[in-house]
Ligand binder design. Structure first.
Ligand code: HEC
Ligand code: HEC
Length: 315
């Protein structure tokens, strides 16, 4: 085991957290560096996909927000899985994976990505066969895992790599740690976020990612948008319970400024639109331009650092 450090953690800052419903991203994660490196190679490896043309990184781009900044990836368009790509950063702080929480664990999410026809469309036996003839991979797996190259170990290595995909040190987290300040406007935006009740769903380490909620509590946005598809039914697709129609995992708002477009269908092109829709659908309020602007300025403080560099949009 080794410890994954970030600059501030090395500097040994004292921890005196503000009492808020949001907690900072940890600056230190325990990571097995050898397994994580194997996982990193797999994350970029197109041999995981049936046609040898796609890797995890094709859709989850780490030099940007961990997503692809398109409404729906062209590979998924016109399928019942036409969903906006969520960021792969900080996913281990989510209680379940996928928009509708259909993966109970990060391990299950990877298994789904490999098998699903709309993603890698592959079989594990095929992946094992391809990697087995790669002597370097064989050697690395044998050196790292007692039982060498197995499905479980491939998944384990990728999950270990996901532990390194954290984005600490956003301006908001520094503020929470009493290690930086926010402008009056940003504080006003955060106060409004709490007063309106946004924080009742978007809270915890990921400012979301820890509960299910119906999308459209006060206003039926999906009916207004029209053309309701299978993927719009959310959790209902896996539970078949009437009460789970249009229920989604509350998504994380970490790095939200760099992960446009928004919502499971990617239908909100700008952060202003997303905030305005949330006002109507989730807290039953038509927000003024000024309120939207204030909340936006708070959300902009949630952009963290990956490899000690602030995240950015795609260019
Ligand atoms: C074709 C584009 C594409 C590829 C390739 C892809 N993903 Fe995704 N990923 C998505 C989409 C779209 C979703 C949302 C799926 C859903 O909600 O059902 C998603 C969801 C996720 C999630 C859940 C995030 C959250 O907040 O719930 C994780 C984690 C993830 N992917 C990691 C991976 C890994 C690891 C790989 C490689 C094994 C991979 N993805 C390959 C597009 C892709
Ligand atoms: C009752 C729970 C709830 C409340 C309250 C709530 N949200 Fe949400 N929020 C959600 C859910 C669920 C989604 C995902 C909707 C979808 O796309 O299906 C979401 C999505 C979002 C997104 C888009 C995230 C992304 O990655 O695309 C933003 C931004 C957002 N909310 C901001 C807010 C703001 C600002 C408020 C307060 C005005 C708020 N939310 C109030 C549950 C809530």
């Amino acid at each position: 085991m080794c410890v994954f450090n970030t600059a501030s953690a090395l500097a040994g800052k004292s921890e005196s957290l503000r009492h808020e419903p949001i907690s900072p991203i940890p600056q230190v994660m325990e990571v097995d560096a050898v397994r994580a490196r194997l996982g990193e190679r797999l994350f970029y490896d197109t041999r995981l996909s049936a046609n040898n043309d796609l890797s995890c990184a094709s859709c989850h781009q780490l030099d940007a927000g961990g997503d692809d900044n398109v409404t729906v990836n062209s590979l998924l368009a016109n399928s019942q899985y036409a969903l906006n790509t969520p960021s792969v950063f900080n996913v281990l702080f989510n209680f379940r994976q996928n928009w509708d929480g259909s993966a109970a664990s990060p391990q299950q999410q990877i298994d789904m990505a490999v098998k699903n026809t709309h993603k890698f469309n592959n079989k594990w036996s095929n992946i094992i066969a391809r990697l087995t003839i790669d002597e370097d991979f064989q050697k690395n797996f044998n050196a790292t895992y007692a039982d060498g190259l197995t499905i479980e170990n491939i998944i384990d290595a990728i999950v270990e790599f996901e532990k390194t995909l954290i984005t600490p040190n956003s301006r908001f987290d520094r503020y929470l740690r009493n290690d930086g300040s926010l402008t009056n406007k940003e504080i006003e935006g955060y106060t409004l976020f709490k007063e309106l009740g946004c924080v009742s769903c978007h809270q915890g380490t990921n400012i979301g990612g820890n509960l299910y909620q119906k999308f459209g509590l006060f206003y039926d946005y999906l009916a207004e948008r029209g053309n309701i598809q299978k993927q719009d039914y959310g959790r209902y697709n896996t539970s078949n319970r009437e009460m789970d129609k249009f229920v989604f995992k509350v998504p994380s708002l970490r790095n939200i400024a760099v992960t446009a477009p928004y919502l499971h269908d990617g239908s909100a092109k700008t952060i202003e639109q997303a905030i305005s829709i949330m006002g109507k659908t989730q807290v039953g309020k038509v927000l003024t331009d000024n309120e939207i602007e204030l909340i936006k300025s708070f959300l902009n403080t949630l952009t963290g650092e990956y490899k000690n560099r602030p995240l950015d949009m795609h260019s």
